[in-house]
Design a protein around this ligand. Structure first.
Ligand SMILES: [Zn+2]
Length: 339
């Protein structure tokens, strides 16, 4: 295992699973180059990266706009997805679920199926080039109406055999209760689509309760503010809900003050099912290897913790059991002998 000058392992080469990453927060500079923009690193960071500390989740969401502005054509979507898979592969990710809201990529006149065709072309090209596997999660948005979000669920159903593995609820949690889109997720369940939902990040236990009861997700994006309620923690455990935890992203949007204040270690010690994720690789300049280094430095996590949480990620991935066995074996092979 490579180590840096402080003795912390590099983690780049260890196999990893990533269940929570947004395409529009992870536009690679290499994708812009391929699209004809020769942008340098400094300008790229200035334009496409959010402030290290955002005052609210909404400030962070606004920082995604320059990336979204690019991702409005078929070539941009195809190349952005392909380059993201290359970045994931070079970070040691062996399976990823990548999410995006297809109805936010229609500014250039693309129909929803044209958006999907471009993204799935990029997905196939990226998998072919890197050898990693990945699935897509389509996001309904809290600040959109059921009339706007329902077509996303039907789209997920139509593209399920062509890369889509599930659906998500994303967007501004504090300003938009999930209840408004309950019918959208009823439809997802009718169609047998696996559901995850962002909750317990910009709002607390009441929002988690609402999402758990009304949307009935199998996983929760973030869910970190469950730490504020013993009842919610017990409920999450009893229902075997998996938390997709993104520590650096939570720090960036101000959910917690410092990395050491993040409850990920407490949640891990209390036996919650959780995985470690980036959320974003451009809006926050992040990799999963860097996130692991932070966890190792701050909480003393070692191979045992990382392997356990990667195996939990596979257990709760929206994949058939037949595909999970191979991923688990690769994780055990990559992490098992090291500590
Ligand atoms: Zn997210």
């Amino acid at each position: 295992m490579l180590v840096d000058v402080t003795g912390t392992p590099d983690f780049t080469r260890q196999p990893k699973i990533e269940l929570h990453i947004h395409l529009d927060c992870s536009l690679m500079r290499s994708a812009l180059h391929r699209l004809g923009d020769p942008i340098g690193e400094t300008d790229f960071r200035r334009i496409y990266t959010a402030p290290e500390r955002c005052s609210t989740l909404l400030t962070y969401l606004m920082a995604i706009e320059p990336s979204c502005a690019v991702l409005q054509t078929a070539p941009a979507l195809r190349i952005a997805m392909e380059e993201l898979l290359r970045a994931l592969a070079s970070d040691g990710v062996i399976y990823a679920e990548i999410r995006f809201a297809p109805h936010t990529h229609q500014g250039g006149g693309l129909g929803l199926d044209e958006v999907m065709a471009a993204v799935t072309d990029g997905l196939a090209a990226g998998m072919e080039a890197t050898g990693i596997t990945a699935g897509l999660l389509l996001c309904a948005l809290r600040d959109y109406t059921p009339e706007q979000n329902l077509p996303v669920i039907d789209l997920a159903h139509r593209w399920r055999d062509r890369g889509v593995v599930g659906v998500d609820l994303a967007g501004d949690e504090a300003g938009h209760p999930a209840a408004a889109n309950r019918s959208v997720f009823n439809r997802a369940h009718e169609l047998g689509l696996p559901v995850t939902a962002h909750a317990g990040e910009a709002a607390g236990p009441d929002s988690l309760r609402e999402v758990i009861d009304l949307l009935r997700p199998a996983r929760i994006g973030h869910g970190v503010r469950a730490i504020e309620s013993e009842d919610i923690l017990a409920e999450i455990k009893a229902r075997n809900l998996h938390l997709e935890i993104c520590p650096s992203s939570n720090i960036q949007v101000g959910v917690f003050g410092a990395y050491g204040d993040h409850p990920v270690d407490q949640l891990s010690r209390r036996g919650l099912s959780l995985s470690i994720n980036t959320d974003a690789r451009t809006v926050a300049p992040l990799s999963l290897s860097l996130e692991y280094r932070r966890l190792a430095k701050c909480f003393g996590w070692r191979a045992g913790e990382f392997l356990a949480h990667n195996l939990e990620a596979v257990r709760h991935a929206f994949l058939p059991a037949s595909e999970k066995a191979g991923l688990s074996a690769r994780l055990i092979d990559g992490w098992g002998a090291r500590d």
